[in-house]
Design a protein around this ligand. Structure first.
Ligand code: URA
Length: 412
């Protein structure tokens, strides 16, 4: 079948349902360079306005995941599971969930991304551990799965190349916020891990991609439907991202907080979310998962992950000395009262200003800067007491972050 791309674009523009074979040909042509960006951007815009049904979205997902390498697990492998979060501020769940769930005997081939804009990324956080190498090949990853039951890595060049190309195009053509395109983009990357079960943490609120719970529900349902079409069990949990998760935001600072959680301590909201998501994919009870956090098993597994990725577990307790920002000062409360709001979106912007995140995909990140000891909504606070601690590279950066936090935190 020879694809006539202008006709295909026009049919989608008129709201027609496309055939899975046509969608596959389109993605193959686009990945090979045969179909140019201008035709693909017109197609993406047609999808943006007309949408796609579950069968079309599954076909797009499958074509994108098969555009590159996928994991092939050996015969008789344990159950393969993972989690995906649509992103948030202070969201370090992956660092805890991956080792925790791997302790239960399943495999966790976790392929993660980098931070962009106000949202942090698991890879940036892991790279604050000296020597930690996230750029490993799929064969190396398969070896680690056999050895440890878990691997934490970035996308290789050969992993979903169609998504890499299409996502960059959507970014500059106003076609990112399309439910079928987001669904295919996320699910192609996760399903290339050849999973049995996936749990999705779909966030909504000021610090999230989806602003309302209703929008998050639509995205969750679309991803569940694609999972069903493709024979993968998908669970979705909707979670607010109106205040940051936990009490720390920033790369090394979030690893430090993750270690606390892996040692059975840490903020209650973080521990709860880790358990809520883990229990959907682990073959053990919530009580067993709690025990694995409390008895040091998950923490030991994290040490094994660090060692097998080129880091030294002995560095973990020293991370605050290794990444010591030059300006570390409290941010005091101007009033006495109850914390009514800690706006996650504004905290994310403040972290970006400090250099913890990246404005463009090609920027680097500062591992040392960010916030810790953050107050949580509902806590009572006295005037002059710290609302958080700011870790900044310079006094000017400190002041910029302080001005944003003034707006982010409301005391009533
Ligand atoms: N994250 C992705 O990986 N893809 C999207 O389209 C949106 C968010």
């Amino acid at each position: 079948m020879k694809l006539h791309v202008p006709t295909l674009i026009a049919r989608k523009r008129e709201g027609e349902t496309l055939d899975p074979a046509e969608i596959r040909k389109l993605i193959e042509g686009y990945t090979s360079g045969e179909i140019p960006d201008y035709q693909m951007s017109a197609f993406a815009m047609a999808v943006f306005f007309r949408g796609m049904d579950a069968v079309e979205t599954a076909a797009l997902t499958r074509a994108m995941l098969e555009s590159g390498d996928v994991f092939h697990h050996r015969d008789g492998h344990p159950k393969v599971v993972d989690k995906h979060s649509t992103g948030g501020i202070g969201d370090k769940v992956s660092l805890i969930l991956a080792p925790l769930v791997a302790c239960t005997g399943v495999w966790v081939p976790m392929v993660s991304g980098r931070g962009l804009g106000i949202t942090g990324g698991t890879l940036d956080k892991l790279e604050s551990i000296p020597g930690f190498k996230v750029g490993i090949s799929i064969p190396e990853a398969q070896d680690l799965l056999e050895k440890l039951g878990v691997v934490m890595m970035g996308q290789t060049d050969r992993f979903c190349p169609a998504d890499k190309k299409l996502y960059a195009l959507r970014d500059v053509t106003g076609t990112v916020p399309s439910i079928p395109l987001i669904t295919a983009s996320i699910m192609s990357k996760k399903l290339a891990e050849s999973l049995d079960t996936l749990v999705l943490d779909v966030k909504f609120g000021t610090g999230a991609f989806m602003r309302t719970e209703a929008e998050a529900r639509v995205l969750a349902d679309s991803m569940i439907a694609v999972g069903k079409e493709m024979g993968v069990e998908v669970h979705a949990v909707l979670n607010p991202m109106s205040e940051p998760l936990g009490r720390a935001v920033g790369n090394a600072l979030e690893v430090i907080e993750s270690l606390e959680c892996l040692e059975g301590r840490g903020p209650a909201d973080l521990r709860k979310l880790v358990l809520d998501l883990s229990e959907k994919i682990a073959p053990v009870s919530r009580k067993d998962l709690e025990r694995l956090l409390d008895d040091g098993s998950a923490r030991r597994k994290f040490d094994e992950i660090v060692a097998s990725h080129g880091g030294n577990p002995a560095d973990l307790p020293k991370l605050s000395q290794i990444h010591h920002a030059p300006v570390i000062r409290d941010f005091p409360a101007s009033d006495t009262g109850t914390v009514m709001q800690v706006d996650a979106g504004l905290v994310g912007q403040a972290a970006l200003q400090l250099g913890a995140g990246r404005a463009r995909a090609t920027d680097g990140v500062d591992h040392a800067v960010g916030f810790d000891h953050f107050v949580k909504c509902g806590e009572h606070i006295h005037q002059g007491h710290p609302l958080c601690r700011i870790h900044a590279r310079t006094a000017v950066d400190f002041e910029i972050a302080e001005a944003l936090l003034e707006k982010a935190i409301r005391i009533g």
